[in-house]
Design a protein around this ligand. Structure first.
Ligand code: GDP
Length: 681
C-alpha cells in the first residue's frame, strides 16, 4: 500500500503539534517476528487456566503422532513445521488439526496451511448459511469470503502497491544550516522577508527556495529544452510518437480508470469496509488476512483486522486511525479503480485534502449506529466537512455507504432517516440528487459489498446495488489528454540508481520515457528516465494515471511536494499573488484584510494571507453586490486577493478546472473554497 508520505515541503497545519507522527517511517510498521509469535503462541501454556485445554489438545496430538508411527527425524520435522504453521494460525486451530494436515501433506507447510484454511472457510460458510437460514445476526468479523470457491493458492498474496515511497530521504537532502542566500537563492527569499525555515519548522527541515529566473530567460531556456518531437535515446531505441487516445483505449483491456477516495468521520468504518471489500475481491490472500486477524487480536484490536489491510503503519494500527492517504488498485467489471483511503480524523484533514484533490468520485462512509451518525454529522464532525471538501475539490458523483447496519438490525427506518438528513445537506453542498447513491452495508460482516446481500433482514426492503456494483456504475470523467502535461508532486524520494523519483497524478496531457519536463516553481528542467504505473514500468502514461517518474538531470533538493511538472513549451505559471472567487463556509469570526490562512491546493499546503477583499458577489449571478467590503462573513461569495509565503504553481480555473481549485483553512477548520480567477505576476 502506498502512502502519500509528504517527506518535506509539506507545511503541516500550524494547529497540529505532534510533529513526530509525520516523521514516522514505514520501517516502524508493527510487525510480528517469528520469535514474538512463538512467545505468544506458547505463553498460553504458562497459564494454569488454560492447562485443561492444552493437555486435552496435546493428548489428541500425541494420539495422531503415535498412530502414524513417526521416526525421531520425522517427529523433529513435524515440530519444526508446527512452529511455522502456528506463526500463521496462532491458536485459532487445534494442534491436532495442524498435525493431521502436516502428516497428510508430508510436511509441506504451505499445503497444510491451505488445507486447514479451506476447511475453516467451509465451516465459516456453513455457519453463515445456517445463520442466514435462521435469520440470525451476522457474527462480527467472522462472515467473510463470498468467493470461497476460489482456490486459495490462486489468490494474489498482496494488496497492489501504487507507488513506492518507503525510503526515507537521506539526511543529505535536508540542509538545516544553509541559508537561501548562501545558496544563491537570495533575491526572492529576502524580498519576501520569510525564512523557509519558519514554514518548515515543525518538520525540522530548512528548505531552500527556488530562484525564479527572469521571465525572458525562462521562456528562452524552456524553449531550448523543449524537445518535442526531437528523438531521445532510450535503451538504444528512438522515442516513438504515440497516439495516446488509441493506446488508452487498448490499455487495461478497454477498462476505464477511476480515482476513488473514501471519506467520512473517524471510526465510521472506512478502512474496515474497503479492507473487507479488497479481501472479498481476492486482493488480499486468506493467509495474510488470517495473520492480520491474529496480530490485531494480540494487540487487543481484533475488530480492526480488515482495517489493517489499508492502515499500514505501526502508528496507524496502534492509534486505530488512518493518518496518511493509502492507495491501492482493484478492478470492477468495467473499471480499474485507484482507491485512496483518506484519514477521517480532523488532525489529518490536510492529508485528506491531498487525497480528495486527486479523486474523480468518492464514497462517503457514515456510521448508522444511533448517536454515531449524529456525532459525525453535527458541526465539528467530519461527515459534513468531508462532503463539502470533496464537492469543492470537484467531485460530483458520490456513493454513501450507510455502514454498520448490523448495529441497527438492518432497520429500513434508520436507513431512510439517514438518507433524508444527508440528502438535504448534500444537495446544499452542490451534489445533484441523481449523482448520489445510498447503499446499506456492514463492512465488518462483509454484507452488500461485492455481492448483493443474502441477509433476509436487508432483502425485505432493499433491492438496490451492492457497493461494488455502484463503484462500477460511476461515470468515468473525461481526461484532459489533449492539454499540456501537468503532474502535481505528492511524494519525492531517492530510489536505487541515478536520478530520483516523484509520484503524483497526471492532471493533464501525457508523458513518455525520454521526455523533458519543466518543474515549477523552481523553473528547472529534467529528463524522464522511467515511468511506473501501478508499480509496473511503462513507456508512457496519461491524464488520470497515478504514476511514479524517475527523473535525471535535476537535483532532488530542488523538488518539493506540491511542485508541478509540466510541458516546457507550455509551462504552468508560478506566483505568490493571485485573485480568486471564494465561497465562505460556516465561520465564527469574520474574515478581514490581512487574515492568515493555510492554502490547500492539490498537494500543496502553504501559509498565505488574504491581502485584499475586493468585492462581495451575488451567489448565483456573480454580480458585484458590494465593493471593497470591510469583512466577509459565512455563506458569502467574494472576490479576494491572496498572497502566499512562497511561490506556488497555479492555473486559472477557466483554463484547467482541476488545477484552478483550492481550499482555505484556519485554526484547524476549513473556512472557504475557491477558484483562481487571475494570476498576478
Ligand atoms: P475508520 O476510522 O473510518 O477507518 O474506521 P475503522 O475501519 O478503523 O473502524 C472503526 C471501528 O468500527 C472498528 O472497531 C471496526 O471493527 C468497527 N466497524 C467497522 N465497520 C463495522 C460494521 O459494519 N459493523 C460493526 N458492528 N462494526 C464495524
Amino acid at each position: 500500500m502506498a502512502r502519500h508520505r509528504n517527506v518535506r515541503g509539506y507545511n503541516y497545519d500550524e494547529d497540529f503539534e505532534e510533529d513526530d507522527i509525520y516523521g514516522q517511517s514505514v520501517e516502524d510498521d508493527y510487525c510480528i517476528s517469528p520469535s514474538t509469535a512463538a512467545q505468544f503462541i506458547y505463553s498460553r501454556r504458562d497459564n494454569p487456566l488454560e492447562e485443561e485445554y492444552v493437555s486435552e489438545d496435546r493428548a489428541h496430538s500425541n494420539y495422531c503422532i503415535s498412530s502414524h508411527q513417526l521416526t525421531g527425524v520425522e517427529k523433529a520435522k513435524l515440530d519444526l513445521c508446527l512452529v511455522r504453521m502456528k506463526e500463521v494460525l496462532g491458536e485459532s486451530v487445534p494442534e491436532k488439526v495442524m498435525i493431521e494436515a502436516l502428516l497428510n501433506s508430508r510436511f509441506d507447510v504451505q499445503q497444510a496451511l491451505d488445507s486447514v484454511l479451506s476447511q475453516n472457510s467451509e465451516q465459516d460458510m456453513k455457519t453463515k448459511d445456517d445463520e442466514t437460514m435462521s435469520g440470525g445476526k451476522t457474527t462480527k468479523g467472522k462472515v467473510r469470503d463470498s468467493q470461497t470457491t476460489r482456490v486459495e493458492s490462486d489468490v494474489v498474496p498482496k494488496v497492489t502497491k501504487m507507488t513506492v515511497s518507503r525510503k526515507k530521504k537521506p539526511a543529505g537532502f535536508e540542509v538545516p544550516c544553509v541559508t537561501a542566500e548562501e545558496n544563491g537563492h537570495n533575491a526572492f527569499t529576502s524580498q519576501k522577508g520569510h525564512s523557509a525555515g519558519d514554514a518548515n519548522a515543525n518538520m525540522g527541515v530548512v528548505e531552500i527556495l527556488p530562484k525564479p529566473a527572469p521571465p525572458s530567460q525562462t521562456v528562452q531556456a524552456s524553449e531550448e529544452q523543449a524537445m518535442v518531437p526531437t528523438p531521445v535515446k532510450k535503451s538504444g531505441k528512438t522515442k516513438q510518437q504515440i497516439d495516446v487516445k488509441a493506446e488508452l483505449e487498448k490499455r487495461q483491456g478497454g477498462k476505464h480508470l477511476l480515482n476513488l477516495v473514501i471519506i467520512g468521520h473517524v471510526d465510521a468504518g472506512k478502512s474496515t469496509l474497503m479492507g473487507h471489500l479488497l479481501y472479498l475481491l481476492g486482493n488480499v490472500n486468506k493467509r495474510t488476512m488470517h495473520k492480520y486477524e491474529q496480530e490485531s487480536k494480540k494487540a487487543g484490536k481484533a475488530s480492526f483486522a480488515y482495517a489493517w489491510v489499508l492502515d499500514e503503519t505501526g502508528e496507524e494500527r496502534e492509534r486505530g486511525v488512518t493518518m496518511d492517504v493509502g492507495m491501492t488498485k482493484f478492478e470492477t467489471k468495467t473499471k480499474v479503480i485507484t482507491l485512496m483511503d483518506a484519514p477521517g480524523h480532523k488532525d489529518f484533514i490536510p492529508n485528506m485534502i491531498t487525497g480528495a484533490a486527486q479523486a474523480d468520485v468518492a464514497i462517503l462512509v457514515v456510521d448508522a449506529s444511533r448517536g454515531e451518525f449524529e456525532a459525525g454529522f453535527e458541526t465539528g464532525g467530519q461527515t459534513r466537512e468531508h462532503g463539502l471538501l470533496v464537492r469543492s475539490l470537484g467531485v460530483t458523483q458520490l456513493a454513501v455507504a450507510v455502514n454498520k447496519m448490523d448495529q441497527v438490525n438492518w432497520q429500513q427506518e434508520r436507513f431512510m432517516e439517514i438518507v433524508h438528513k444527508l440528502g438535504q445537506f448534500l444537495r446544499q453542498a452542490g451534489f445533484k440528487e441523481l449523482d448520489v447513491a445510498y447503499i446499506p452495508t456492514s463492512g465488518l460482516g462483509g454484507e452488500n459489498l461485492v455481492t448483493r446481500s443474502q441477509s433476509s433482514e436487508l432483502n425485505k426492503w432493499y433491492e438496490g446495488k451492492c457497493l461494488l456494483e455502484q463503484i462500477d456504475a460511476f461515470k468515468s470523467p473525461q481526461r484532459s489528454v489533449d492539454k499540456p502535461f501537468r503532474l502535481c508532486v505528492s511524494d519525492v524520494f531517492k530510489d536505487q540508481g541515478s536520478g530520483f523519483c516523484v509520484t503524483g497524478k497526471i492532471e493533464a496531457g501525457y508523458v513518455q520515457v525520454g521526455d523533458r519536463l519543466l518543474a515549477m516553481p523552481p523553473n528547472e528542467t529534467c529528463t524522464v528516465k522511467g515511468i511506473a504505473l501501478h508499480d509496473e514500468p511503462v513507456d508512457w502514461a496519461a491524464a488520470g494515471d497515478h504514476v511514479s517518474l524517475t527523473l535525471t538531470g535535476m537535483d532532488i533538493i530542488k523538488i518539493n511536494v506540491g511542485y508541478v511538472f509540466c510541458c516546457p513549451k507550455e509551462p504552468i505559471k508560478a506566483c505568490v499573488r493571485f485573485r480568486a472567487r471564494v465561497l465562505i463556509f460556516n465561520i465564527e469570526i469574520p474574515i478581514t484584510k490581512g487574515f492568515p490562512v493555510l492554502l490547500h491546493y492539490q498537494t500543496v499546503s502553504e501559509p498565505a494571507t488574504i491581502r485584499k477583499l475586493l468585492n462581495v458577489l451575488h451567489k448565483s449571478t456573480g454580480e458585484v453586490t458590494k465593493k471593497k467590503p470591510k469583512c466577509l462573513t459565512k455563506g458569502q461569495n467574494a472576490l479576494i486577493e491572496l498572497q502566499t509565503q512562497r511561490p506556488i504553481a497555479l492555473e486559472l480555473y477557466k483554463d484547467f478546472k482541476e488545477l484552478g481549485r483550492f481550499m482555505l483553512r484556519y485554526s484547524g477548520s476549513t473556512i472557504a473554497a475557491g477558484v483562481v480567477t487571475e494570476i498576478k505576476e
